[in-house]
Design a protein around this ligand. Structure first.
Ligand SMILES: NC(=O)c1ccc[n+]([C@@H]2O[C@H](COP(=O)([O-])OP(=O)(O)OC[C@H]3O[C@@H](n4cnc5c(N)ncnc54)[C@H](OP(=O)(O)O)[C@@H]3O)[C@@H](O)[C@H]2O)c1
Length: 341
């Protein structure tokens, strides 16, 4: 019997890689991976493992259409950071941003939304829809709208929400649409100091929390994205009807619960310390300070999904996720434990 095909965007990235990994374990599925550069080491590695590579770019609808032809499922993910990097490196794009009256960050969001729309446009081609059964979009909530214009710097949230809105209004595609709202990647502890515990002089550890985000704050979805994105997409493609929306969470934990779990797993004492915006900012890379602080305020005030009741927890859909203690145990925390990181 001919294999079914899943086209995975961002196959060389965290989310796409997880989806490819998961579907490679299904002998009745062929994994097709899209990359701008099939010659990169990551792309070559996927090819050696049986992934059919397609050269494609989110800015090129025809390249996407070619990669989608004959697919039964598509996993779509876009990336604000790549677009931001493009804008900061390209004077012509900066001129366009200024002409549009947009900051570079906002303009990167506009570019990401346009790419999401390109992906939707290619997937909605009648020739693609002929075989397409599931289109899974990695999305995030519409922060600016939900907060009624109060929180305006969550660019990578609003950009995806705008693309999702477009997809939902495109009936041929919306009929096969399901979404995963990805939680906070556990993998980011290496890059964002605010996201990892810090050793105190007395040998105990503290986890920072933005004071402004402490008030009504309950718990946030935490996700081992490199492992569990594949589990969410597998469930949405194989087990649940179209129109299913899932929270991409390995666990939903308060800051205190995470500190306790981290400490327990590593045999140390850890607790939470609420800090001012000025202090928190010191532990966030400069280029994402403004956006991350707004994201955190949104989670605290409105909840990660902005109270969207349609978004189901993985457990409600029978999805098995990675225990966080397993992830924590598998990491090399030696520099954190010694206080050098
Ligand atoms: N970090 C978090 O806590 C968090 C939480 C929720 C959601 N997210 C979202 O996750 C997204 C990033 O996902 P990720 O971490 O899986 O990505 P990633 O590991 O940073 O990799 C980016 C991927 O996007 C592909 N890509 C970028 N621009 C492209 C283009 N123009 N055409 C085709 N492919 C392109 C790259 O492929 P090639 O380079 O091979 O072409 C690569 O595979 C972001 O948008 C972010 O908002 C992150």
């Amino acid at each position: 019997m001919a294999k079914k095909i899943i086209t995975v965007l961002g196959v060389t990235g965290t989310q796409g890689g997880s989806v490819a990994e998961r579907f490679l374990s299904h002998p009745d599925w062929l994994v097709r991976g899209v990359t701008r550069n099939p010659g990169s080491p990551k792309a070559k590695n996927w090819a050696s493992r049986g992934v059919q590579l397609f050269q494609g770019d989110y800015d090129d609808v025809q390249s996407l259409k070619a990669a989608f032809l004959g697919a039964h499922a598509i996993f779509a993910v876009t990336d604000w950071a790549s677009n931001h990097a493009r804008v900061t490196a390209d004077a012509a794009l900066q001129d366009k941003a200024r002409a549009a009256g947009r900051t570079f960050e906002e303009y990167a969001g506009d570019l990401e939304t346009a790419q999401g729309i390109n992906v939707a446009t290619a997937a909605a081609e009648p020739v693609v829809l002929r075989t397409l059964e599931r289109f899974v979009f990695s999305t995030l909530p519409a922060v600016r709208d939900i907060s009624r214009g109060e929180i305006v710097h969550s660019w990578e949230f609003d950009s995806k929400a705008a693309a999702e809105k477009y997809m939902r209004a495109l009936p041929p595609l919306s009929r096969v649409l399901s979404t995963v709202t990805m939680g906070i990647f556990q993998e980011t502890w290496r890059d964002i100091p605010a996201f990892r515990p810090r050793r105190r002089p007395d040998g105990t550890f503290e986890l920072l929390r933005l004071r402004a985000a402490a008030g009504s704050h309950v718990a946030d979805p935490l996700v081992v994205a490199s492992r569990d994105t594949g589990a969410f997409v597998e469930a949405l493609v194989l087990d649940h009807p179209t129109g299913t929306d899932v929270l991409g969470a390995s666990a939903v934990l308060s800051r205190e619960e995470y500190a306790a779990l981290w400490g327990r797993t590593l045999g140390v004492e850890a607790s939470v310390r609420d800090v001012s915006e000025d202090e928190y900012r010191r532990y966030v890379p400069e280029d994402i300070q403004v956006t991350l602080l707004d994201d955190l305020k949104f989670f605290a005030e409105y909840g990660y999904t902005g109270g969207n009741a349609k978004v189901k927890l993985p457990g409600e859909l029978g999805i098995k996720t990675t225990p966080l203690e397993e992830y924590i145990r598998a990491q090399d925390w030696s520099l954190v434990l010694s206080g050098e990181m």
